[in-house]
Design a protein around this ligand. Structure first.
Ligand code: PMP
Length: 370
């Protein structure tokens, strides 16, 4: 194996590619530059932020500021706890049922893709699972219609995946159900408004829409938190982290999340970014629909505004498309192996100019190869 190459010369913002990575995804250039300006010395600390105690005033302020931004962006009241955990969204697949699903109880799950199927697998370790509906029969290319869901009125909670990163589908309506929603919002968190009244808990790995890998944001409503089991291992008990700073959090990841949240507020908050996100997605789906050369892989009413998946007429053309795109500075467009083809992830930090560049490239590629 080759050793990792470490570039020695500083690169400039203009050298940055149009990055459509599914995750870890693009971060705002301004955030990266601000972080660079604070390395290796943060303010008058005499050290960088990577080298300070998580109980220092500086980190305490950073974490408080991140929480303040989140509260403002989402309208979270004091009845919501904001936790910065580790273990990724994958740990949440187990931590949620470990806290909230008793052995003699059952929870509802909507199976809309690989990640929800993984969540079901972990929940089964704790209690009963009722899969209310699944779109597995058509390789998760649609969201099962609301009237096909077989909900259990006694369910402890209803777990949904708001956006299916691999397959490029998204729930466009937040379900109206009697039990609290638990949502894996990893790949569309803070891309649009949430109707908080419907939720008990929302979790999101930061590395797509709100920061780097290494921190998972968990929002949990206090009333829901109080329904948890009382015999959960300390580190996996949400109550531990809601009560105090129990252990060393991922300081640098939280620091970057704080900067992304501040940046998001500068973009006009959720209203502002949601408008841009809708426009970016409309442009890209418009380019796909404009011709038979490109074919979207999901049912139009389930299309994601975050992960746009499409195919070309052949595997060979797809390989050429990816190679040519890279020479135009359009990177990380390869679809997940379970769908194939192309996937353009257009998270909050992917600029509209990147989508414009991709659309222009798609037109040009079809003219040459169609
Ligand atoms: N849920 C969704 C919707 C995801 O997209 C991912 C990661 N791609 C995960 C869960 C798993 O996240 P992590 O790798 O942070 O455990």
């Amino acid at each position: 194996m080759q050793p990792v190459a470490h570039p020695s010369a500083p690169t400039t913002a203009s050298a940055r590619a149009h990055n459509f990575s599914a995750g870890p995804g693009a971060l705002p250039t301004a955030v990266l530059e601000a972080a660079r300006a604070e390395l290796p010395v943060f303010g008058d600390l005499g050290t960088s932020v990577l080298e300070i105690s998580h109980r220092s005033p500086t980190y305490t302020e950073i974490a408080a500021s991140a929480r303040t931004h989140l509260r403002a962006l989402l309208g979270l009241g004091d009845d919501w706890h904001i936790l910065f955990l580790q273990g990724g969204a994958s740990q949440q697949f187990y931590q949620v049922p470990l806290n909230f699903l008793r052995a003699d109880a059952s929870a509802d799950y909507l199976d809309t893709g690989t990640w929800s199927a993984k969540a079901v697998k972990e929940a089964l370790r704790c209690g009963g699972v009722n899969v209310v509906a699944s779109s597995k029969d058509e390789n998760y290319s649609y969201i099962p219609a609301r009237d096909s869901w077989e909900l259990d009125p006694e369910a402890a909670y209803f777990h949904i995946t708001s956006n299916n990163t691999i397959f490029g589908t998204q729930l466009h309506d937040e379900p109206d159900v009697d039990m609290p929603l638990v949502c894996d919002a990893s790949s569309d968190f803070l891309s649009r408004h949430l109707d908080l009244d419907k939720y008990g808990l929302i979790y999101a790995g930061a590395q797509k829409n709100i920061g780097p890998a290494g921190v998972t944001v968990v929002l949990v409503k206090d009333a829901f938190l109080q329904t948890r089991k009382d015999d959960v291992a300390t580190m996996l008990d949400y109550g531990t982290h809601a009560a105090k700073l129990f252990h060393t959090p991922p300081v640098f990841a939280v620091y970057l999340v704080e900067k992304v949240l501040a940046w998001l507020q500068e973009q006009g908050g959720i209203d502002g970014i949601a408008e841009v996100n809708a426009r970016k997605a409309a442009k890209l789906y418009g380019a796909i629909d404009a011709t038979d050369f490109y074919r979207g892989t999901v049912h139009p009413d389930a299309r994601s505004e975050m992960n746009v998946c499409f195919r070309l007429p052949s595997d060979d053309l797809e390989a050429t498309f990816l190679a040519d795109a890279a020479t135009h500075g359009l990177v990380a467009l390869k679809g997940h192996r379970s769908v194939g083809g192309i996937r353009a992830s257009i998270y909050n930090a992917v600029e509209e100019a990147s989508v414009d560049a991709l659309v222009a490239f798609m037109r040009e590629f079809e003219q040459t190869n169609g």
